[in-house]
Design a protein around this ligand. Structure first.
Ligand SMILES: C[S@@+](CC[C@H](N)C(=O)[O-])C[C@H]1O[C@@H](n2cnc3c(N)ncnc32)[C@H](O)[C@@H]1O
Length: 318
């Protein structure tokens, strides 16, 4: 077997980190959202979440990535942060940066916070709001996200920015590294639209062939890398590598070094799987098995997923 395929099959013996969608509630209704979040409020009950996190603490898991929906909208968010500190479980927060000062002050003091991952889709209100508040285009939304980024800078919290490349921001991509450097952002993860949920319904408005062309252009990629080096930003382009047909399909660590838990307590290798027609094939209900990572990790569903990763799902570029 080809060495690189062989390596892909060598999943870690146990996951290194877990991505948890604690709530489907959100303060935005982004037009690209793969989970169509912000409509129905469904969350993992706090007593169950606590059991899951306490169990992780006893395993070799390095950290959990707390996401959603918008995780800061979780009804027991303050208790959750206190609990993570109490059990000393390191965590990331993946957020749109729109939350109260009270919550910010609590997070800032949290000793187990490893990093903040903030979504920022433009260096100006127009391109950010195009997908995040398309109708009202409320500038406050952009300004408040920037306010959070500035606070994180001031408090020297390790900050990652995630950006969706869309039809209204792809022309400003080379301006991002300098902009992010000023905000003391350390890492920038950029990716294409995944055509799921509202992202599928609004595909035509968000996607463009120009984006695909741009990311196939080696000169452009070289320029982008150079800008990031000059501005001291680690660039993560891994989602775009899939656009190069010569490469094999999956570059991500889904089911290889991490897995995802949905708000309805189902484990999937990848956070996007629930929104695909493959959801049932590669999922594991954890409701009655909260305390058994090995059962999930070594389940037939996860094993089949790893085999599938070599081929790639027919309608998912990732
Ligand atoms: C689902 S959100 C949840 C966390 C938080 N509410 C936020 O906005 O960052 C996590 C990330 O997924 C990205 N995302 C959502 N739908 C997507 C899609 N269809 N394609 C690519 N990225 C998507 C968002 O832009 C965001 O950076």
């Amino acid at each position: 077997m080809d060495k690189k395929y062989q390596d892909k099959l060598f999943a870690k013996k146990a996951p290194l980190h877990v991505h948890i969608s604690i709530t489907s509630d959100c303060n935005l209704k982004c037009i690209h959202c793969y989970g169509s979040y912000g409509i129905i409020k469904k969350e993992i009950p706090f007593n169950i979440l606590k059991k899951i996190l306490a169990y992780y603490k006893k395993t070799n898991i390095l950290y959990v990535n707390i996401s959603g929906g918008e995780p800061t909208k979780y009804s027991k968010f303050i208790n959750l942060i206190k609990y993570l500190d109490h059990i000393e479980l390191p965590y990331y927060l993946t957020s749109n940066g729109l939350f109260s000062l009270k919550k910010y002050n609590l997070i800032k003091k949290s000793k187990m916070l490893l990093a903040f991952k903030i979504s920022l889709d433009g260096t100006n209100p127009q391109s950010h709001l195009y997908i995040r508040d398309p109708i009202k285009k409320n500038k406050k939304i952009y300004n408040n996200t920037l306010k959070t980024l500035n606070q994180l800078k001031k408090d020297e919290i390790y900050t990652i920015v995630g950006t969706l490349i869309h039809s209204k921001n792809y022309k400003e991509i080379l301006e991002f590294p300098k902009f992010l450097n000023k905000l003391n952002v350390k890492k920038w993860i950029i990716g294409p639209l995944l055509s799921k949920g509202r992202g599928k319904n609004n595909n035509k408005n968000i996607n463009s062939n120009e984006i695909i062309k741009l990311f196939k252009d080696k000169k452009f990629i070289k320029k982008l890398n150079k800008e990031c080096i000059i501005n001291n930003i680690e660039l993560d382009l891994s989602d775009f590598k899939t656009l190069d047909k010569k490469d094999y399909y999956f570059k991500c660590g889904a089911g290889i070094h991490y897995y995802h838990i949905s708000t309805n307590l189902i484990a999937y290798p990848c956070p996007l799987l629930p929104y695909t027609r493959f959801a049932k094939n590669y999922s594991y209900k954890i409701k009655n098995n909260l305390n058994n990572i090995n059962k999930i990790w070594n389940s037939i569903q996860f094993k089949n997923w790893r085999i599938q990763q070599i081929k790639g799902c027919p309608d998912c570029k990732l």
